[in-house]
Design a protein. Sequence first.
Lengths: 399, 288
Amino acid sequence: MRREGLINLVVAALLAGTAVTGAAQAAEVIKIGAVAPKTGPLAGGAAITHWPNIQLWVKQVNDRGGLKLKTGQVKIELIEYDDRTTPGETIKAVERLATQDNADFLIAPYSTGLNLAAAPIYAKYDYPLVTSTSITDKVEELTKRYPGMFFTLGDTTSFTKSVVDIIKKAQDEGKVGKRVAMVNVADAFGIELANAARPIFTKAGLEIAYDRSYPLGTQDLAPVVKAAKAANPDAFVAWSYPPDTFALTEQAKIEGLDTKIFYTAVATAFPGYVGKFGKSAEGVLGAGGINPDTPQMQAYLKAHKEVTGKDADYWASAVVYATLQILEKSIEAVGTKDRKAVTEYIKNNSFDTVIGPVKYKDQNNEAFWTVGQWQNGVFQGVASTGRPGAKPVALKPAW
Amino acid sequence: MDIVITGLLLGGSYALIAMGLQLQYGVARIMNLANGELLVAGAFGAFWFFTAYRVSPLYSLLVVVPAAFCLNWLIYRYLMLPLVRRAKTSGHLEVDSILATFGLSFVLVGVMLAIFGGDFFNYSFLARPVIVFGDRYALNRIVAFLASALLCGSLYAWLHATRVGLNMRAVSVNPSAAGLVGINVSRLSALAFALGGAVTAAGGSLLSMFLTFDASIGVIFTMKALIIVIMGGVDDIRGAITAAFILGLAETAVAFLIDPGLTLAAAYLLFLLVLLFRPQGLLGRRKT
């Protein structure tokens, strides 16, 4: 009885095996792997910025018949893994995609840290790693070490420099004083930005009147905002993450911390920010921004809403989508699943994307938005490193 | 004064996070590691009522709390009771329940992800300043504090003034002896577990007025609740409440007077000191 069961099992497995190979022969597919948080501390950000764009892109490509290779059009088979926001899990999932699932190409992971963790494994299997949510000042070092790694979102110093420039300009025009209150979340991201900002503030002749950090995950920020207000600042700058961005803004409203320049970093560009704060969001500055006026961007925002049922954010969403466009165009131009050839193609060509033309110079995109501002319900780009369409910065009205 | 009030408000939130776990662990002897997920579920409930029907989170408690009570009763009845029956010693039950609820926490995260998606969610409710002794505080935090005080007070009164409460304390002190004097231990444990879950969900609903949540944030609340319950001493609800307020005041004092970056360090230092010098908890009884 038992043996019979075993034989049945083996036969069934063999049949299943042939069924799978039969289907594969009938319609060739291109396997694309995606690893990013679906749970864990960064899952909230990934659910807004990262995953919906993958869903949108795969649907759009498959709806028009798939990617055009020399052998004909092939549909995308998407393989997704949740890395639980743990670098070890990211690495394991990438290994698995490469060796078990035999993925042809991989989409970049989410966030700076997870991209850095996965970079050696991408390099080991020659996958191009076109990052979209990675900000660091170590671009040069990393691109030298990993010849298939590309940076699209920008670098830390440019992000801080744009913020300082905005405050400095307002001060030069006599609109605000020179006292700045600066706070940061105490993790790699916040610390790196705060460290980059301090010398730039000082060099610009601005005075850092308050400078403190708070632990990652803290949402009880009354003491921080009270102390910042007591320092009597003219500008408030927070290198913050989503939950604390919301908490700082709400607390600033309650304390009446009414600076004419108010900047919170990540999540200010989320549609949920204006959703929660409504008219109070007007004039708030944050990391990122887009140029909402180009026809490509308008078509993208509309498609994003239609396909995923939610609004794209006003910063990295479009960048994630742009990197997928770059991957798509490169694979089609090369016409095969040859990863090294695709990497070479990305290095040497210019791409017309939703965020405008992208041309990697030494694997780095040098034109990106750095600061945006809520103006009439849209998070407009107000500062960039060479993207056209920046709107002038407005002073924030009272809450 | 500012430090005291801000600290009390924070302590009130902590009490909301920890009271439910205290009941579940103190009486039912289940170390519920899915506590944070149930709190997040309560927050989701309030969020859903508020955004879909514009129902105030205070009114939606009327639905969220009974629903959480039933859900937790079912969890106890079908997931925990088999473990309780099988356990030979209380240590055995502790290990089994930790493993089972740890697994349950993943299931709950998955269910919430499937229903609500992985986004951040929050809303604005009573986000207005109120002036108390010349300083400004958020009205929603004050409301949460008052609700927390009300819950603490009524739970304490119920445990000390009613017969069921007396029975519950008896189970908490010595389950086997309580059984010998005619108390239905497993029914009371189920009641305590369900009540604890309902209190936790109520806490989640109240905290959702000012915190930003996502489906997988629960573990942060579980950690905080664990620290508070162990600091307070597992067999007395007053211990957890005291520990919650001490922690709130200490963190706020450190944030104001020293550095907001050190709040977590201060909390763990306090925890360590309690473990070193009063391992049975602030109000815990030494095991005889």
